[in-house]
Design a protein around this ligand. Structure first.
Ligand SMILES: [Zn+2]
Ligand SMILES: [Zn+2]
Ligand SMILES: [Zn+2]
Length: 361
């Protein structure tokens, strides 16, 4: 139970969404050890009985799109067999006194990210990843064009059983929604308020800080150094157009965010050059993660400017990004009850370990 001299126990506030805070507590006793290791991920390249593997195309709903082409596809989009939202219903909203309901219209699609069954993002080529993110972008654009009532197209990936992937074959989900997910909404609102006060984007400011800020904080009584922040301490990977950062208030031990270095509000603003550099930064970041935690299982989420009039003015203040959240532990009762995330590895140490991984150029 002893706390080492360098251990940290502090509550860190998310600078963008201050209501979301994290208890960084590096004393080991904070998190009870899990009894069992998470189920390993499926690493086979082809599985005869898998509906997403090549040759089984007739086992899924029809193809919506395929890349580079349908006959020799590497990426395929199909409708979800069990959609959480469907576009077959066109009713208006219900108001029952104070209670309101919005019709659950939208689309829920599955993107089969690769024709190899168990391949991880860190094992995909840069060309493939650029094509995958290009496919996300194209589908997002098409869905918004088709139905202007849609406020948000959520793109996310669950990889590995620990991250909640119910089908082992590597895939992402695309959900077009009539509402904006709460965490994106909070980011948009708070960054807008920041912009009104400071006249610049908070995400750009955080990137600048990660690249240039240094500080030493001394203990007033003893004069010892309490905290030292060095330049680039939170930077995990840097490309020409993208940067991977370990957030100061990381909710998850190995959480990493990837952002465009130059301001872009919507993922739809990203061009071909952007996709190529994003692919490289993402692949290298995931390779670092996989080396440090061994067989990474994770969720990633694309956060982009929502559609609709009420978001039209947020272009200068919102900045799209990819949030990568590896799942290395299950939430404790304390976390579920308090809403406070507990992180047992300091983001500074995690960033240092990720950076230390040697990768080929
Ligand atoms: Zn498969
Ligand atoms: Zn920005
Ligand atoms: Zn976000």
């Amino acid at each position: 139970m002893s706390q080492g001299p360098d251990s940290i126990r502090e509550i860190r506030i998310n600078p963008i969404v201050p209501s979301e805070s994290v208890l960084v507590a590096t004393a080991r006793s904070m998190r009870p050890r899990k009894d069992e290791e998470p189920a390993p991920r499926d690493q086979r390249s082809h599985v005869e009985t898998c509906p997403f593997c090549k040759g089984n195309e007739d086992k899924t709903p029809p193809t919506i799109a395929a890349y580079p082409d349908e006959s020799d596809w590497q990426i395929r989009i199909v409708e979800n067999l069990y959609p959480v939202l469907g576009d077959d219903r066109h009713q208006t909203g219900l108001v029952l006194g104070l209670q309101q309901a919005i019709d659950g219209y939208g689309r829920h699609e599955v993107m089969i990210d690769h024709n190899e069954h168990g391949i991880g993002v860190h094992e995909m080529s840069h060309e493939h990843l650029a094509m995958l993110f290009g496919a996300y972008r194209e589908r997002m654009e098409q869905l918004h064009q088709r139905d202007p009532r849609l406020k948000y197209v959520l793109v996310f990936k669950n990889f590995g059983p620990a991250a909640g992937a119910s089908i082992a074959h590597t895939h992402s989900q695309v959900i077009a929604m009539p509402v904006v997910p709460e965490n994106v909404f909070n980011e948009v609102q708070n960054s807008r308020v920041y912009f009104q006060k400071h006249h610049h984007c908070i995400f750009c400011a955080l990137i600048d800080e990660a690249l240039t800020f240094e500080a030493t904080i001394y203990d007033r009584e003893s004069g010892h150094i309490r905290r030292k922040i060095s330049v680039g301490q939170y930077v995990v990977e840097r490309g020409r157009r993208f940067i991977a950062i370990k957030p100061f208030a990381s909710r998850f031990e190995w959480e990493i965010h990837i952002l465009p270095l130059h301001h872009q509000a919507s993922f739809l603003d990203a061009g071909r050059d952007d996709m190529e550099d994003l692919a490289r930064v993402l692949q290298r970041t995931m390779a670092r993660l996989d080396t440090v935690i061994g067989g990474a299982q994770y969720n990633y989420f694309l956060h982009s400017l929502p559609h609709g009039e009420e978001y039209a003015d947020a272009g200068p203040s919102y900045h799209w990004h990819l949030e990568i959240c590896p799942r290395t532990s299950i939430p404790t009762g304390f976390e579920l009850g308090s809403g406070l995330f507990v992180n047992t590895i300091s983001p500074e140490e995690a960033a240092e370990r990720l950076r230390a991984v040697e990768l080929p150029d």
